[in-house]
Design a protein around this ligand. Sequence first.
Ligand code: GSH
Length: 261
Amino acid sequence: MSIVSQGDKFLLHWLDLSRAHRILWLLEILELNYDVKVYLREETTWRAPAELASVHPSGKSPILEIFHADGSPPLKLAESGYIIQYLIQNYDIHKILTPSDPRDRERVNYYLHYSEGTLQNLLVSILVNNVARQLAPTGTKFVAKFVTNAINSAYYVQEWKLNMDNLEYALRKEGTGYFVGKHLTAADIILSFPIYENVFDNEEEVQKFSGRKINLSKTYPNLYAWSSMVRDDPLYIKIDEQMEDLVREKIAKEAARKRRR
Ligand SMILES: N[C@@H](CCC(=O)N[C@@H](CS)C(=O)NCC(=O)O)C(=O)O
């Protein structure tokens, strides 16, 4: 059994435009000592590069490695909800993100499951339909478009809207600007990807898949204000800037490697 300590080191396997960004935000908030390894998505399929599969059999991001200061065997964690829960349980020593009310802690746990169990699946399904349209061979694209639009509008987009309405209502009812209680919690951190990154910071794509013009800020004013809170958080700004630089570096390195081949 390892003894966790603030001296532990972390390596985050971070895929661009992925769920891993929120783990980075959490590592910053908890002031942990981390490094990031950057992976770029494949251009046409938008899948992770094969090298991620050598880190973890899922081949997905985020993966978080933890190297313990006491020399005990390192850990390799997968699944955003679990990673967030583990980090907060073991490293939130000042209780910055841990509500004092046990009922609030349970509500946070609900969102950790809800985000990956329900909300994110809808967005992934919409993304896969989008990729299907792009990958359809010439001459069949109109069929692919017709079928994927029909599936989206009969199921995924309806479900997504239902979830957006429910989340808007949850924030309005809470009345604090956060999903649970009066402060930032893991609920806000896990939802930053499916709500802020996938929707409010991705408006053009939302307009395309939703099939009609949605005025996001008017339809979902509480979610809009919450998304602005995420975007303007100084540590969120810091990780955005840091990753922009690292992604640029990685693109340049890969281009140089291709030229050498
Ligand atoms: N349920 C997992 C999902 C992980 C996942 O699907 N990650 C995506 C990035 S957002 C990925 O690595 N996709 C690349 C691929 O599927 O090839 C989690 O919450 O961490």
